[in-house]
Each structure stands twice: as C-alpha cells, then as structure tokens.
Design a protein around this ligand. Structure first.
Ligand code: SF4
Ligand code: SF4
Length: 210
C-alpha cells in the first residue's frame, strides 16, 4: 500500500533550493521547520530553537580547539591533541572539526571510546578549513542571505536543504568557504539570488582575469 503523506515541494534551480522572496507566510515557515527537523535528525543541525543545545556554538566556529585567539569554545570531546571518539590525533585542532562538536561544559563528562571503538573520519564528518573563524552556516558554500529574517531571527537560507538557518548554526553537510571576509566571499554573499552554478561561473571568470 502507498505510504499516504504529503511530500513537501519547493522550487529548485541547478539542484539547489532557490531563496524565498520577502513575502513568505507562516505556512512557508512551517514547511521550512519540517525540513529543519530533518536537518536536526539527519545532519546534526542545531540552533537555539532546535537540535541538541550542547551542539550549538554561539560563536559559529565549531572548531576542535576553538579559534586560535580563544574567542570560541573548544569541543568537549577534545583532550589535548586527542579526540575521545576519533581514530588518530588531531593535527591542526584550531582548524579542524566534525559533526559531533560539543560546547565545553564541566557538568558534561565525556567517555573515552575504546581503541577498537574509535570512529573514522567519514563516520563523523571530520574536516579542516583554512578559515581562522571556523565553520558555521555563515561560512558554508550553501548559505544564502534571506531577504528578511524568519520569525525566530534566522537571516540565512540553506540552499542545500531548503530551510532558514542561523548564521552561527552548523551541520554535517557544511562545505566551508575558506576565503571568509575576502572580496570573493563578499561576492558570494551579495549574490544572494544567484544559483550556485551562476555564481561559480562568475567567480571563475573573475579569477581568470586576475
Ligand atoms: S573531531 Fe569532532 S568530536 Fe572530536 S574534538 Fe573535534 S569537533 Fe570534537
Ligand atoms: S548552510 Fe551549510 S552548514 Fe548550514 S545547514 Fe546548510 S549545509 Fe549545513
């Protein structure tokens, strides 16, 4: 028997969800909220209103050791250059992270995984960025500025998953932009209404001119 339930549909272009206009309705927010719930479950998305509170970094960095200037929290699962759940040492912890980052919290003790139980990088979505400010939606390839914040203050749009996001939220699917605060990055942000393909084309033409 067919599984009877509605499938949510929203416009896409070049494989990504297009940014909504500024006249969105509460029904739109309900639909995005439903997708955001999937993001929480499937991709570990969290912000102050949804997901695991300990997995939200209010500074939006999500780095194993925090930022080098000490402005962001290190991960609760880090002990020196060891991650308590990952195979191998951390080689560059001010620039590395994974999908299981947690805020440092003296009241939340951590268990060290057994040597055989350690997880590999693919399993935890481990990666590295060149950006000293770390990861976060605001530094993700799929982030687009919204024409207007949603009713909970989310000013960003996730073109990959079709829901509004907080600039400082993050998820497993983060694809980091390394050139934060450079002209290239600004260009990406200002091009809110461009598809990723159009944007990449524009950027590559600019880079060829240099
Ligand atoms: S690899 Fe993940 S869980 Fe381990 S210290 Fe880094 S952010 Fe935390
Ligand atoms: S913008 Fe990037 S980091 Fe944020 S929810 Fe979307 S894919 Fe994840």
């Amino acid at each position: 028997m067919e599984n009877e339930r509605e499938i949510l549909v929203d416009p896409t272009k070049d494989g990504l969800f297009t940014i909504p206009g500024k006249d969105f309705s509460s029904d739109d927010e309900v639909r995005w909220g439903k997708r955001r719930m999937d993001s929480v479950r499937v991709s570990q998305y969290s912000d102050p209103y949804c997901g695991l509170p300990n997995c939200y970094d209010k500074t939006g960095a999500y780095l194993c050791a925090g930022t080098k200037d000490g402005m962001s929290s290190p991960c609760n699962k880090r002990e020196g250059n060891e991650c308590l759940i990952r195979k191998g040492s951390l080689t560059n912890p001010n620039f590395q992270s994974c999908a299981f980052w947690e805020v440092k919290n003296a009241g939340d003790m951590e268990g060290r995984y057994s040597p055989d139980g350690r997880l590999d990088d693919e399993r935890i979505g481990f990666g590295e960025t060149k950006n000293k400010e770390g990861f976060g939606c605001r530094n993700c390839e799929y982030y687009r500025p919204m024409p207007k914040a949603d009713s909970e203050g989310r000013k960003g749009w996730c073109a990959l998953k079709g829901h509004t996001v907080l600039d400082t939220a993050c998820c497993w699917d983060n694809d980091p932009i390394d050139e934060y605060k450079t002209d290239v990055s600004k260009e990406r942000r200002n091009a809110a209404n461009m598809s990723l393909a159009e944007l990449k084309d524009k950027l590559s033409k600019q880079e060829n001119k240099r």
